[in-house]
Write a protein that binds this ligand. Structure first.
Ligand code: MG
Length: 281
């Protein structure tokens, strides 16, 4: 449209009215096209970080229901019971089983027959009573996620040791936030949420995202989303090394006659990738 055609006020007004009308029609058409996908609630909401959905998006897949156990120590409906007090049918190893618990007996560490990645794990343990020896030689075991990442089990009741070797430590990496242990001879509970490391590309040991772990000991938070620096190491710096997406859970036999007992072990398999949560059916 040339300047000469809009010299008169009448023509300018007509052009403005026409533009406004076309704009309104266009906006109405666009609204109609997206009406089925986008509710009024969603319009104007910002895009969520790291998600295909918006903040408060009412199309985002809903969390599936899982009935919890009557008590927090009981397995919820989607848990795999790894040890119910009866036998070691889900484990490779030769620990003693009696009276509803398994006991380390210096025959070596035991591993689950199945492999796991991201998970929620519940496990109960008892340190030997009366206690023997001291420091790291008192009730030492370990819950070693994916065979390489140890959450320490130790009797620290009146038994100090180096900080990153305490009960509730990510062994050799992170001391627990607090010391929340009970006396030896009393059953204690661990509840662990673990997100496995994600490795870069197809080869090499570099991580895209490190492993992370949150740990409750006897219901008390002792690790919050702690970054895991690599495979458990003794007197050396932990380093990440590539491994499969799923590996067995290992319970440590410290090898020096420390008859730590375990019972009521259950695990929920998780996929804590954001993409998995968004794309679930
Ligand atoms: Mg240990």
């Amino acid at each position: 449209m040339s300047r000469t055609t809009l010299k008169t006020p009448t023509l300018r007004i007509a052009a403005a009215v026409l533009a406004a009308a076309l704009g309104a029609v266009g906006y109405h058409c666009i609204r109609q096209v997206f009406a089925e996908e986008e509710s009024g609630w969603n319009r104007g909401l910002p895009q969520q970080h790291k998600s295909i959905w918006k903040v408060h998006d009412d199309r985002r897949p809903k969390p599936p229901p899982v009935a919890p156990g009557a008590e927090c120590r009981e397995p919820p409906a989607d848990a795999i019971v790894l040890f119910d007090g009866e036998d070691l049918s889900r484990w490779n190893g030769k620990w003693k089983v009696e009276n509803g618990y398994m006991e380390a007996n210096s025959t070596g560490s035991i591993t689950t027959k199945d492999s796991f990645g991201d998970c929620q794990l519940h496990i109960e343990y008892m340190a030997p009573s009366p206690p023997q020896k001291g420091d790291q030689a008192r009730g030492n075991s370990g819950i070693i996620l994916m065979t390489h990442y140890e959450v320490q089990v130790l009797d620290n009741y009146d038994n100090p040791t180096y900080s990153d070797g305490y009960i509730g430590a990510v062994y050799g990496q992170h001391p627990p936030l607090v010391l929340a242990c009970r006396k030896p001879g009393e059953w204690q509970t661990y509840d662990i949420v673990f997100r496995a490391p994600r490795f870069k590309g197809e080869t090499g040991d570099e991580v895209e995202e490190p492993g992370r772990v949150t740990v409750f000991l006897n219901g008390v938070l002792v690790q919050h989303n702690a970054e895991i620096y690599g495979w458990v190491a003794y007197r050396s710096l932990a380093k990440n090394r590539r491994h499969p997406d799923r590996l067995p859970l290992l319970l440590q036999d410290h090898g020096d006659r420390q008859p730590v007992r375990f019972r009521n072990i259950w695990i929920r398999e998780l996929d804590l990738s954001w993409e998995a949560i968004d794309n679930r059916k």
